[in-house]
Design a protein around this ligand. Structure first.
Ligand code: HEC
Length: 381
């Protein structure tokens, strides 16, 4: 059934706002208000119920966050747990950024979609114009003539003070329904759809198939490394190499040279430095020395330096006892050199054991030798 409507037109936003408020107070039923732009306060004035979209937004955001959190915990802790540097597999703080992103994505896209569905805005929708100039510079208020005694003149008198420009009666024309399936039948849509399919098929068959290369590189600079590979030829430098030699006189970490012409003075200085150490500092050094020896030397040389380490039991050629004559004859510097560069079956450990630790290992060997001598003396002839 067609409703009988009364369309009142105004020229100003202030007018329509006041008129709408007045009409509502008087008790007329407002069908809708049309304005060229959003007028603040008009929704309350017209008694429009507050939108429920924020709740949709909240629900979508919440479900997005929960779903993403669950998915991350499931993938990282249940389906494919990977130990990354000993961190717990489901460490929630690491999931927060992605969870947040997905929450925003769900909420934003979902709310827009919900808005389009609820407001029935879709492509091809025909606008229902109540009054042509509402899209330009006129403000219209549409009232429902809901009973037979509806007095148009009374409304006119009511609205006159608000700068009423025009008042017209009309019968609502139900919005024209597009025939079923029209969307697919329209030539434009068919053309676009068919063209898309043809283009896709052509591209699929015409693109060269080299599975070692990505077909489409959107940003080749992101795929291919821009800097030179370390060992690649390089035309920037005169010698044509990418890797640069260190600046002359550079000393590698942990390798600073000892001036052997001053070895006696250095040894004296080190000795006097040790003698000044407090007992606490000395026992800390001993502890560290033991630690270094057990980690790097004991597997071959054995706990007491007798040359009976674990791997010797597995067939490694046994090293000479560190408490033996030849080791007793070795000077500290010679031992340092031997540990640093290796000799025979003794591996070079300079790159593994830091300089200070090598000296500490020697200190430990000296203590083992001391102990061996004392024990031998104690046993007597
Ligand atoms: C892989 C086994 C292995 C490890 C690890 C090892 N050594 Fe040796 N070491 C040997 C062997 C074998 C020799 C005998 C070398 C030779 O034949 O000239 C040796 C010789 C020595 C000597 C000379 C002994 C002598 O009487 O001439 C010293 C000193 C020494 N090692 C100290 C150390 C220290 C200190 C460490 C730890 C920082 C260490 N070694 C780690 C196998 C090892």
């Amino acid at each position: 059934m067609n409703r009988r409507l009364l369309v009142a037109t105004f020229g100003d936003e202030e007018d329509i706002l006041a008129a709408t408020r007045r009409v509502r107070e008087t008790g007329y039923s407002i069908v809708d208000v049309f304005t060229p732009f959003a007028v603040h306060g008009l929704d309350t004035a017209a008694g429009v119920k507050p939108t429920r979209l924020p709740w949709v937004c909240f629900a979508l955001g919440l479900s997005g966050a929960v779903a993403k959190l669950w998915y991350q915990i499931w993938t990282s802790a249940t389906s494919w747990p990977v130990n990354v540097g000993g961190k717990p597999v489901n460490s929630v703080p690491a999931f927060v950024p992605v969870t947040f992103e997905i929450m925003v994505l769900f909420a934003a896209v979902g709310t827009v979609a919900a808005f389009l569905i609820v407001s029935r805005l879709r492509p091809g929708r025909r606008p229902a114009h109540v009054y042509d100039r509402t899209t330009d510079d006129r403000f219209t208020l549409v009232l429902l003539q809901d009973d037979a005694g509806f007095d148009v003149d009374a409304v006119r008198r009511l609205l006159q003070p608000f700068g009423l420009l025009d008042l017209s009666e009309r019968t609502e024309i139900p919005p024209e329904k597009p025939p079923r399936g029209s969307l697919l039948v329209r030539p434009g849509y068919i053309g676009a759809l068919g063209g898309g399919v043809i283009l896709f098929t052509l591209l699929t068959y015409l693109t060269p198939r080299d599975f070692t290369e990505p077909n489409l590189m959107v940003l080749p600079g992101m795929v291919r490394s821009v800097p030179f590979d370390p060992f690649a030829a390089n035309d920037i430098f005169p010698d044509g190499k990418t890797l640069r030699m260190p600046v002359a006189g550079t000393i590698a970490r942990g390798y600073y040279p000892i001036d052997s012409s001053k070895s006696v003075e250095i040894a004296d200085e080190v000795r006097s430095r040790y003698s000044k150490l407090s007992p606490g500092e000395r026992s800390r050094l001993d502890e560290r020395a033991l630690q270094v020896f057990s980690t790097f030397c004991q597997p071959c040389h054995g706990t007491s330096g007798a040359g009976d380490g674990l791997i010797v039991g597995h067939g490694y050629p046994p090293p000479p006892a560190l408490t033996g004559v030849s080791a007793l004859r070795l000077k500290d510097g010679e031992m340092f050199n031997l540990i640093t560069y290796g000799r025979g079956n003794m591996p070079a450990l300079g790159h593994r054991v830091p300089r200070e630790d090598r000296w500490l290992a020697i200190r430990h060997i000296r203590q083992l030798q001391q102990k061996a001598v004392t024990t031998a003396e104690g046993e007597g002839p």
